[in-house]
Ligand binder design. Structure first.
Ligand SMILES: NC(=O)c1ccc[n+]([C@@H]2O[C@H](COP(=O)([O-])OP(=O)(O)OC[C@H]3O[C@@H](n4cnc5c(N)ncnc54)[C@H](O)[C@@H]3O)[C@@H](O)[C@H]2O)c1
Length: 282
């Protein structure tokens, strides 16, 4: 199946990035947020991001205009009816995602594929609340979606080869390098990355080193572009706690047990870049 019309649900960090990627790749995009004002804000931030690329000579004005003309913003889930593929990118909460999948299943056509951008949650549990478990899979973009080349294509037990092939082709059409992975918490990247990020928070809690020295050490010593505490701020601390909790729930590995400081920061509303305060101030 060739994917032309893409519906994106969720107007957070990832939803807007995926919308930009899909629109630039020539897809018609319907962006849905629960409120029209946030859907419109996403389009405004998309305009800003594309304008920056034009200023830097990375994008032709005509291509910017064409990409923007392909995007529609709405607060109405019904507006996703004609989509070939839906990518949901709402909060990392299984019950919320399942309810959304139930609703989408009753709206989109029989051939449409429903995909989740979840970082860790069991994709099969979203598939099984629909009447089309064979056409549900994960399509895990990385943050920031326009810049990061990887997409993990997550195959639940229920997905057909055709579903996986269609979504893989979509990711490639978006200029990404997809890898296929089984439906296990954390897939490849987060299963390997999050013990490291979590242990960096524990190291800070134990006062082994300061925030700046932990980040500086991993940049200078491992050639990472960003230290672990700055990376947690970029991901979002609430999303990070949700990811660690899902990993711990599945594997019971103590490395996945969320560092208490991280949970307390979330309770205080310190969510990282998106709230203006995390390990750093923004
Ligand atoms: N942040 C990252 O680095 C990253 C990377 C890859 C994948 N993801 C995944 O992408 C998804 C979204 O993450 P994000 O970072 O964009 O989060 P975010 O906090 O920036 O945005 C979450 C979005 O979900 C919406 N939302 C919240 N509660 C909702 C509800 N009850 N019903 C419907 N919508 C609701 C919010 O309005 C917001 O638009 C998550 O599944 C996350 O695991 C995140």
């Amino acid at each position: 199946m060739t994917i032309k019309r893409v519906g994106i649900v969720g107007s957070g960090i990832m939803g807007s990035g995926i919308a930009e990627v899909a629109a630039k790749a020539g897809h018609d995009v319907v962006l849905r947020s629960r409120q029209q004002v946030t859907a419109d804000a996403m389009v405004a931030s998309l305009e800003k991001s594309l304008a920056k690329q034009v200023d830097r000579g990375k994008l032709e004005e005509a291509d910017r205009d064409a990409a923007l003309s392909r995007v529609v913003a709405t607060d109405d889930l019904e507006a996703l009816r004609e989509s070939d593929l839906i990518v949901e990118s709402v909060v990392e909460d299984l019950a919320v995602k399942q309810e959304l999948f139930r609703q989408l299943d009753g709206i989109v056509g029989d051939d449409a594929i429903l995909a989740t951008n979840t970082s860790t949650l069991p994709v099969v549990e979203m598939a099984m609340v629909t009447g089309r478990p064979e056409r549900v899979c994960g399509v895990h973009f990385f943050n920031p979606a326009p810049m990061m080349s990887l997409v993990e294509i997550v195959r639940p037990l229920t997905a057909t080869d055709d579903t996986i092939a269609s979504v893989t082709a979509f990711a490639e059409a978006c200029g990404k390098q997809p890898v296929e992975v089984k439906d296990r918490a954390g897939f490849i990247v987060n299963a390997l990355l999050f013990p490291y990020l979590n242990n960096a928070v524990r190291m800070l809690e134990n006062q082994t080193a300061s925030r700046d020295h932990i980040d500086q050490a991993m940049k200078g010593g491992c050639n990472f572009p960003m230290g672990p505490l700055a990376l947690l701020d970029l991901v979002g601390l609430d999303t990070s706690v949700a990811i660690l909790d899902a990993l711990y729930e599945e594997f019971r590995d103590p490395n996945y047990a969320t560092a208490p400081a991280l949970r307390r920061m979330v309770a205080a509303g310190h969510l990282g870049r998106k709230s203006g305060q995390g390990f750093y101030d923004y």
